[in-house]
Design a protein around this ligand. Structure first.
Ligand code: COI
Length: 355
């Protein structure tokens, strides 16, 4: 326990905060927000590095009505998970990669960013302080949401004069309401998620609200989510609202290359490494929508989503169906990833950080 987290815990009510598990129904976690005990907070100005942050009680954030994030969307976020292994050990999965991605995103959005060390420490401290909210092994994970937002006021369009780095946490289970059942995706050719030269390659908050409309429409029609096409040719697949996409054909796994319009997913790149080590050929390239007709399997990856099998993709009124289930490639990849995350499979990559 770091000194800061320990002092935050001492100041709190020990009877409540030291219990091993919070009193919630661990069997029915979805991806809703559960209020936890603590969050991390640090500030900086445009010209200075971040101050040393602190774990504080979880609570609302007060903002100027002219805050850069509220007026011009100057904000980026991350998602990472803490897992409880069967032996009680707590693991984070590649938090340094989230830190690096936040720095790249901050540069794109003209924001100050925390150092890699500060980011990783903040995630560790938030996890430890909220330990009782980490689900029992196999029931889910503690989702950590690092946020970097322009909190200083700015009326004209310019970088905000002050930034806040926050990390909050919530226990989560499956991302989709389908649980672990295969997803049914709908290809929307009218709305696009990102365009060349835009900010689709970084985790800007501005990439997410614009896809809600297409996503809700697809859900109303019974689909799980939307698969977006590129905005220029309307021909190449890009990603799903909240996750990256992969196709399997024989021994070859293909995924769209990250050409600035596609999020550089940490689960995406972990799965690429795992798949190659399991003997698959993995290609990162332009993947035409027509290739969906030939694919054996389709699956999605993301921190929130993990690895999710796709049972069908509907494109131009044609429903294409794919292999799913225990024998599928996506399940093999999923089991390997989760095995590493839970400390059950040897972590030869050094991805897992025990805290
Ligand atoms: C994640 O997978 O961590 C994300 O940030 C996606 C979000 C829409 C839940």
């Amino acid at each position: 326990l770091t000194a800061q987290a320990a002092s935050a815990l001492r100041e709190s009510e020990p009877m409540v905060r030291y219990e091993e598990y919070a009193d919630i129904d661990w069997n029915n976690l979805g991806f809703g927000l559960t209020r936890t005990d603590y969050m991390y907070k640090a500030k900086c100005t445009l010209d200075n590095n971040f101050e040393q942050g602190q774990v504080t009680d979880y609570g609302n954030v007060e903002l100027s009505p002219a805050a850069g994030v509220l007026n011009y969307g100057q904000g980026i976020f991350e998602g990472t998970k803490a897992f409880r292994g069967e032996d009680g050990r707590i693991f984070l999965f590649r938090p340094d990669q989230n830190a690096i991605r936040m720095q790249i995103g901050a540069e794109r959005m003209c924001m100050q960013s925390p150092s890699i060390q500060q980011f990783v420490d903040a995630v560790k401290q938030t996890t430890i302080a909220n330990k009782r909210w980490i689900p029992p092994p196999g029931k889910g994970s503690l989702y950590l949401r690092p946020l970097l937002i322009g909190t200083g006021p700015t009326l004209g369009l310019s970088p905000a004069p002050e930034y806040t780095f926050l990390v909050y946490a919530s226990p989560v289970g499956n991302y989709f309401k389908e649980g672990t059942a295969p997803l049914n995706l709908y290809v929307n050719n009218e709305f696009h998620r990102a365009t060349r030269g835009g900010a689709g390659g970084v985790k800007s908050i501005t990439n997410y609200a614009p896809v809600i409309k297409a996503m809700l429409k697809a859900k109303e029609q019974g689909y799980s989510d939307v698969l977006y096409l590129d905005s220029v040719h309307k021909k190449y697949i890009e990603e799903v609202s909240s996750c990256n996409i992969f196709l399997v054909k024989g021994n070859v796994i293909s995924t769209p290359a990250t050409v600035g319009t596609i999020l550089e997913g940490i689960t995406r790149k972990s799965i690429i490494d795992i798949a190659r080590d399991l003997g698959y050929k993995v290609e990162e390239r332009l993947v035409a929508i027509d290739e969906l007709m030939e694919a054996d399997e389709v699956f999605t990856t993301g921190t929130a989503v993990s690895v999710a099998s796709v049972g069908s993709v509907t494109y131009n009124d044609q429903r294409l169906e794919y292999k799913t289930g225990d024998e599928s490639v996506s399940q093999k990849l999923y089991k390997t990833l989760v095995g590493i995350q839970l400390g059950k499979i040897e972590d030869k990559y050094n991805w897992v950080v025990e805290i």
